[in-house]
Design a protein around this ligand. Structure first.
Ligand code: THU
Length: 132
């Protein structure tokens, strides 16, 4: 898929953000193997740590719908530079995505950057390190 199409879906999802505390709206769109796109927005909470980022909302929505194969993800915010996923979201991506899965990052000024998960999260902790 053209990266801009997925970015446009993420921009649409931004409108649904629940961000009364930070006022920083984020949207994400995740393309899965079947061609379906799952979207997410950030959902904040008065107890700040209970907030969930847009990327995780999109990933968890796909997982909860039975998806297992992920192609690429786009994330967008009205940030000075293309928004880059937080550490927790990178770790969640590491659980479900391949190392080569591409993450498109963008802002509302059409600045874009695309990196693989391996580039975003090198030397990650993963299930192979659990001694089970
Ligand atoms: N946020 C995301 O949704 N994704 C990111 O990649 C970074 C941060 C949200 C969390 C919070 O609602 C707001 O942005 C400010 O941190």
């Amino acid at each position: 898929m053209k990266d801009q199409l997925l970015i446009n879906k993420a921009i649409e999802a931004m409108d649904l953000a629940y961000a009364p505390y930070s006022k920083f709206r984020v949207g994400a769109a995740l393309l899965v193997k079947s061609g379906k796109i799952y979207t997410g927005c950030n959902i904040e909470n008065a107890a700040y740590p209970a907030t969930c980022c847009a990327e995780r909302v999109a990933i968890f929505s796909a997982i909860a719908s039975g998806e297992k194969e992920f192609i690429e993800l786009a994330v967008v915010a009205d940030s000075p530079e293309p928004i880059t996923p937080c550490g927790i979201c990178r770790q969640v991506m590491g659980e479900f995505f391949e190392k080569e899965t591409i993450i498109h990052m963008a802002n509302m000024k059409s600045n874009k950057m695309s990196l693989t998960l391996q580039e975003l999260l090198p030397f990650s902790f993963n299930s192979k390190q659990l001694n089970k």
